[in-house]
Structure formats: structure tokens, C-alpha cells
Write a protein that binds this ligand. Sequence first.
Ligand code: URA
Length: 283
Amino acid sequence: MVWSERQRAMLEVMGLRVWSAPAAAEPAVLAAAVADEAVPSAPAASPPAHEDATALTPPVSRRPTPAAQPIAAPVAAPGAVNAAGLDWPALRAAVASCTACALSDSRTQTVFGTGHLQAHWMIIGEAPGEAEDLSGEPFVGRSGQLLDNMLRAIGLSRHAGDTPDPARQVFIANTLKCRPPRNRNPLPDELARCEGFLIRQIELVRPKIILAMGSFAVQSLLRSSAPVGQLRGRVHHYQGVPLIVTYHPAYLLRQLSEKARAWDDLCLALDTVEAAGALAARV
Ligand code: URA
């Protein structure tokens, strides 16, 4: 397999170094070194002596996968805050003053979301952590740095100033707008109550693609408790918008070997949004 410049760049910013097998080795074998990772097995083609290597089996591919059946548009869960019809300023104010669950007692501030309001890409995470609770912006800690690197690798940015093109911009939001104490998992009741805000954010942004990161985003958007590993690798839909399931960046920081799959998910998202754009341009 020959890696394109874009693929190489993407792997490198995600902490994966790649090299091609010598021409004599057929079929061409690709190996990726994961920074700081133990070496579970030697790759078929030896990497440079100074680099650790983890063979990618099966190799990452950009082959489009068949679309899954569209999932019925979720109805807001019972008890969800009612944000229907709110415009951006009203929605922002409603989030900031929300006391629908006990998380409002322990938060420093709410974390509304950030990015371009007409971004083509919408990234949905889980809940603010300590850094986000203090800054008021999603994904500013270590997992946020990884997320920004991954987005940059495919030419996307959360900062509207980086590019005027909405196709290159993202809006980042979480299922919960308040930090759970000690970063514990969101509770079902918290997810249910907060969901009205996320539903309205998605309606207002009207993204061309949604990236659901981690199991809580998946639970909220797809009403599925299946593991991320089972749901990733195909195109789902949320209210008609293509949705790709992928691992949460915090998980990727712990499971470095899964970065290759997350990269595959990004490629699938990119292929999906590009294919939809090409189709729209033809009609
Ligand atoms: N993890 C999330 O899911 N969201 C954040 O904003 C930060 C960490």
C-alpha cells in the first residue's frame, strides 16, 4: 500500500510513525510505530533500529464501508430540558443558567461548546473535565490537544479564524454541559436532562457530518449501549446526518494502539462527507 501525503501527515500528528517496506518485500508491509508504546510483536518489515513498532493487522484502509440503516430520529428523553426553538443567544443563556440537575451545584461554570456556528463537522464528546470546567471551553486538556491534532491532520479547525471555509470548521459540544464531580461517568438522569441542549445545538448547526466520540455520545445520539468497537467502521445517521462513531480521545491516550483505528474513523468521516458533497454537486 502506498501512503498519501495526507495519510502520512495524519498518522504522524496522531503519534504514529509510518514507513514503507523495501520494494522487494511483497506484498508491501506497513508498520506503524506508536510513540511510547510497548512492542507487542515485531513487524514483518523491520523498522529502523531506533524505533519501536506495532504492526497494524489488518492494515488501515480507506475503503468505504456500506452505510448502516438510518436510525430513527431520537425523541428527547423524558425530563430533558426543553430548548426547542431557541436561537443561539437564548440557548447559550439557557445553558448558562441551567439548574436541571445536581451538577449545577458543583460546576464552576457551564461549558456550552465552541466552534463555527455553521460548521460542516460536529464533534460530540462526553462531559467537561477539570480544565474545561475552569476555562468554559470543551476539550482544552490533554485529550483536547490530541483532538486538535487529529482535526488539524485532516485540515479542520475549531477556530473560525484559521479558515473561512465552513467545510473545514468544526463545532465541538459535549453530551453534558457541566463537569461531573471528580470526572465520574455521566449518570443516565444527567444525560437525559441535558439532552435537550445538545439536540438544539445539532439542529442549529445542521452539520454535514457528526463524529460521536466515546460511549456516552453514542448512547445519547444513537440510543445504543453497544460498545464503540462494535459501532465504529460504518456510517450511522442522526436525524438524516451521517454519523461516525469513534473512540474518545481520553481512551486513545490510554490505548495508544487504538489510534490507528481512530485514524481509520477519521478517514471514513472524510470520505463520507466528501462523497456527500460530490453527490450534491452533481444534482
Ligand atoms: N472530555 C470530553 O468528553 N469533553 C471535554 O470537553 C473534555 C474532555
